[in-house]
Design a protein around this ligand. Structure first.
Ligand code: NAD
Ligand code: UGA
Length: 430
């Protein structure tokens, strides 16, 4: 099939590359001309493991192209995907300006039998809004609209897309359902293709993200309880996760959840609840608790550090495997440390370029050891595998202090203790 993918960000590029891998002909469109130029030149503007090679293979096979012209890309497309950003408004609700802008740009030029698919995360009812807007932009001609939310995680986006736990197809008419069933046929033997209404598909996406975020928020509170009572949260996570009704995933305590999705999607779900008079108090509380946690962790570090300390923060991205700094807890902690008068040096294996532009009060280094030179304390804020294999003997030689705050519980405890470090983990007393 011929596909136009509007928005060449984390989701658009991954989805476009994977769908072209299935043998479809895909054109990824972005309004950011510099991004399109860079993609055409073979430079992938984001870091996602395996994505660069997959894009290159499909470009070479003639199945994947890039364009800044929505009009040309959608003209002969069977499916037009919207994968543009859906950022939060100040009240937490979702800003649909990029979605509606993209609809205006594509709808007049789509074939009469093409299906317009909302891949972006949008509040329930948005597919209907898209349909109305598209029909208006097409001078009253009908259009088939579907909702196909995406569940990939950054850092493992390709595996998540190619081997998902399920594919959700929200379709209110037979044409949309058939087209998407055909598109995902290569995955049908691997996973469940759940076909439902567009409204349900939209609700599923927010409910899934909020539920996962609730697991994290819950275990973070339990981690505090473990620290206060002398328990070990790793044992508690394991013990509750072995109950198959709970499951082991997303029970790792840490500095609070971040990223471009959980924070904004929990706020959006809460705002939808308020708008429809169906309040979501659990999610409202979670949003608050998560923000409080990031600040509280910064303050906790300051309470242990001496005034005016030199602190090395290892990891700036919101999680390992990505260069994405959006709503990263690491950056909230850096801000808190700077505010408290400490000097901060940061190292992140992938996020330095954007980071240097974003965080001006700190100094960036190209290795953990360079960043740790003269430091009183090291904070492990992102679970990059290289931080699980730190050379403590070398670190001890570089640093002036012997303090480690492991906010991801990945540090080799025995190796750190053997070099005389004091190790603070999450959900465990030092
Ligand atoms: P992103 O910011 O990385 O990319 C969005 C792209 O859309 C940008 O490059 C922007 O220039 C482009 N764009 C905006 N308006 C356009 C238009 N009219 N025409 C063409 N291009 C346009 O965003 P993302 O992280 O890929 O997220 C996209 C959507 O997918 C969001 O709704 C997000 O919630 C959802 N989502 C994201 C993830 C993730 O892991 N990042 C996972 C699942 C769902
Ligand atoms: C999340 C969901 O996992 C995806 O299914 C979804 O598609 C995506 O949001 C989205 O809607 O955009 P992502 O944000 O890429 O994916 O990353 P996650 O692995 O879910 O991590 C989110 C945050 O939670 C990170 O800050 C991570 O460090 C934190 N986390 C995760 C924990 O603190 N503990 C855990 O046990 C798991």
């Amino acid at each position: 099939m011929k596909i136009a993918m509007i928005g060449a960000g984390y989701v658009g590029l991954t989805t476009g590359a994977c769908l072209s891998r299935f043998g479809n002909s895909v054109c990824c469109v972005d309004i950011n001309q510099a991004r399109v130029d860079s993609l055409r030149a073979g430079n992938i503007p984001i870091y996602e493991p395996g994505l660069s090679d997959l894009i290159k293979a499909n470009v070479d096979a003639g199945r994947l192209t890039f364009s800044s012209s929505a009009e040309t890309a959608v003209a002969d497309a069977d499916l037009v995907f919207l994968a543009v950003g859906t950022p939060p408004l100040p009240d937490g609700d979702t800003d649909l300006q990029f979605i509606l802008g993209a609809v205006d740009a594509v709808a007049p030029h789509m074939r009469s039998d093409a299906v317009l698919v909302v891949k972006s995360t949008v509040p329930t009812g948005a597919a209907q809004l898209v349909r109305k807007r598209a029909v208006a932009a097409r001078g009253g001609r009908a259009v088939s609209v579907a909702s196909n939310p995406e569940f990939l995680r950054e850092g493992s986006a390709l595996e998540d897309f190619m081997a998902p736990d399920r594919v959700v197809i929200g379709a209110d008419d037979g044409v949309a359902e058939d087209r998407l069933r055909r598109l995902y046929a290569p995955l049908a033997d691997l996973t469940t293709l759940l076909v439902t209404s567009t409204a349900n598909a939209e609700l599923i996406k927010y409910a899934a993200n909020a539920f996962l975020a609730l697991k994290i928020g819950f275990i973070n509170d339990i981690a505090d309880l473990c620290e206060a009572t002398g328990g070990d949260c790793a044992a508690v996570s394991k013990g509750i996760g072995l109950d198959s009704r709970i499951g082991e995933a997303f029970l790792r305590p840490g500095p609070g959840f971040g990223g471009s999705c959980f924070p904004k999607d929990t706020r959006s779900l809460a705002a939808t609840g308020r708008r429809y008079g169906a309040p979501q108090p659990l999610v409202e509380a979670l949003v608050e608790r998560n923000l409080e946690r990031q600040v509280a962790i910064g303050r906790r570090l300051s309470a242990v550090l001496g005034a005016g300390s030199r602190v090395t923060v290892l990891g700036a991205a919101f999680k390992a495997g990505t260069d994405d700094l959006r709503e990263s807890p690491a950056l909230a902690i850096v801000d808190a440390l700077l505010e408290d008068g400490h000097t901060v040096h940061i190292h992140d294996p992938k996020a330095r370029e954007v980071g240097e532009r974003l965080v001006t009060g700190a100094k960036w280094s190209s290795s953990p050891y360079e960043a740790a030179a003269g430091a009183d304390a090291v904070v492990v804020a992102t679970e990059w595998p290289e931080f699980a294999a730190l050379d403590f003997e070398r670190l001890a030689r570089m640093m002036s202090g012997r303090l480690i705050f492991d906010l991801r519980n990945i540090v080799d405890r025995n190796a750190a203790l053997a070099e005389g470090f004091t190790l603070h983990s999450v959900g465990q007393r030092p």
